[in-house]
Design a protein around this ligand. Structure first.
Ligand code: ZN
Length: 134
């Protein structure tokens, strides 16, 4: 039986991801940039995935991007999503150059659509970044 009051499960912040989650409290999308090779690093971690450097600096992103891929879900993956179907799991190419996985609720976007970050409030003051058309 589906309980629509179930919250969407969200990971607890780790030492690496705490700055990301802290920025969601003020609805700011942030990501680490490697000080050595200058590439954006997603998801949060302690070492650069490209060059292995440990000097990763948090920076604020625009939250704007373009849809790279879409998977429309007609069955909810979680009870908390039962009233949101169909929804789309998407890959977004952010304007700053990183690719992230996220969700679009409402009509499915098309590949190439311009999107911007939106925020789903969580019970503990954090927000979950999702995307919407712009
Ligand atoms: Zn690097």
């Amino acid at each position: 039986m589906t309980d629509v009051s179930d919250p969407i499960p969200v990971p607890a912040p780790s030492a690496a991801s705490a700055p990301f989650w802290d920025s969601t409290r003020s609805r700011v999308l942030s990501m680490q940039r490697c000080a050595a090779c200058r590439l954006l690093v997603w998801y949060p971690r302690h070492l650069c995935r490209y060059c292995g450097a440990t000097d990763l600096v948090w920076e604020q992103l625009s939250g704007r991007g373009v849809v790279y891929a879409v998977s429309v879900h007609h069955r909810p993956a979680l009870p908390a999503l039962a009233d949101k179907v169909p929804y789309s799991v998407v890959l977004i190419d952010l304007d700053e150059g990183a690719r992230v996985m996220s969700t679009v609720f409402g009509p499915p976007p098309a590949v190439g659509d311009a999107v911007t970050v939106s925020w789903l409030p969580l019970d503990d003051g954090r927000h979950l970044p999702i995307f919407e058309p712009r």
